[in-house]
Design a protein around this ligand. Sequence first.
Ligand SMILES: Cc1cc2nc3c(=O)[nH]c(=O)nc-3n(C[C@H](O)[C@H](O)[C@H](O)COP(=O)(O)OP(=O)(O)OC[C@H]3O[C@@H](n4cnc5c(N)ncnc54)[C@H](O)[C@@H]3O)c2cc1C
Length: 414
Amino acid sequence: MFAEQAELQEYTEYVIDKYKLRERTRTGCNVQQVSWDEAVQRWSIRTEARGEFTARIVINASGPLSTPVIPNFKGRDSFRGATFHTNDWNHDVSLKGKRVAIIGSGASAAQAIPAIAPEVGQLHVFQRTPHWVLPRPDRKFPQWQRALLGIKPLHKLLRTMIYWELEARVIGFKYSPRMLKLVAQRAALRHIRTQIADPALREAVTPDYTIGCKRIILSNTLYPALCRDNVTLHTKNSAIAEITPTGIRTTDGQDLDLDVIVYSTGYDATDGVISYPVTGRGGRTLAAAWAEFPRAYLGTTAPGFPNFFVVTGPNTGIGHTSAIFVIEAQMNYIMKSIAALKKSGKRTVEVTAEAEADYTGMIHREMERTVWKSGGCHSWYQSKSGHVIAMFPGFSFTFRQMANRFRPEHHVMS
Ligand SMILES: Cc1cc2nc3c(=O)[nH]c(=O)nc-3n(C[C@H](O)[C@H](O)[C@H](O)COP(=O)(O)OP(=O)(O)OC[C@H]3O[C@@H](n4cnc5c(N)ncnc54)[C@H](O)[C@@H]3O)c2cc1C
């Protein structure tokens, strides 16, 4: 759709301006707390600068990846240069000719590194654990294909083929790790050999766990960027010992003078997936309910929290297709719950503890079979309890089928 990066950038700016996205996030409507008021059977929502208001129903759509994480490195706050997280990229900081460090080597770093490497003076990339990288199947659609895709049924056919091609990946993730290794891991190893000549760099970027255990990165530009003369990859042998006022001291004794440190250190997608406190029935908090690990029926509802729905909640993430597909399925469940509530004439709808426990039990039994549990890595998919919380252990259509019905027997209305 967007042949060139510039076209994509231009379109993004157009969307941001058209929908005033910049203003909205700066207008203080950050939700700071949500609490259930039993007396009036409503939620009270407190915001940063827009005061407090109440609502009968709350749908949390604060996103699975909107709580950035910045590790507490020794000396972190002593650095005198510019620092920012990839989630809050500071475009006012020019990187031209600068000495820059990127901390992290995941999906965001894989996009940022090739984008800034040609512009900066020197780039130091700090990789704690390498990620598997596969070629990105991007290509320009020639005019005749674009014309064909203007015919709705053909466009639908292409989308459907892409959907099923991506669904097939679940066979590797869950049912056949052997297939993962034979097909995907071999392709990734070939990608390393094709794009990197230096044997030491090849070894440094080759993971020691099964592909898919961590998010697979799709990139044709990351490895060439790592091969540039002005880019240095720091692995475990040259990790961050501390951050100093002038840069980074590494574990092998280097003192790197830097102008900018970019934290590409990810998000809290599990234990902190909801960034504000939620207090439900009887004053019980969601944090307490999720003390062991975050859990919810269809990743959406929790017992003790009536009329409260979480979009992209626990175990709704997928590693193989668009999150939108799952979000739409959740919205089906949410809208059907609200419709059932309306029809009942009651004031609250709430999942039962039994139904949630049965669902969560099923999720973690199924999870045992996945590469996310058996692939030999630690990832952001896991909560501090070790449970895989970010992912749904199966096909996206299975989740959609489950979320497509409101089951009165799994809920109480009052
Ligand atoms: C770099 C990156 C690349 C990704 N690429 C893909 C991809 O290719 N395919 C894919 O399927 N998924 C991708 N994802 C996952 C992506 O997060 C989801 O797919 C999608 O954005 C989820 O949509 P959402 O509306 O639920 O959340 P978001 O798009 O994250 O929107 C959440 C909104 O809630 C706001 N918010 C958060 N907290 C509060 C609060 N307390 N009060 C008020 N507002 C709040 C945020 O500012 C944000 O505007 C990517 C994520 C990242 C970070």
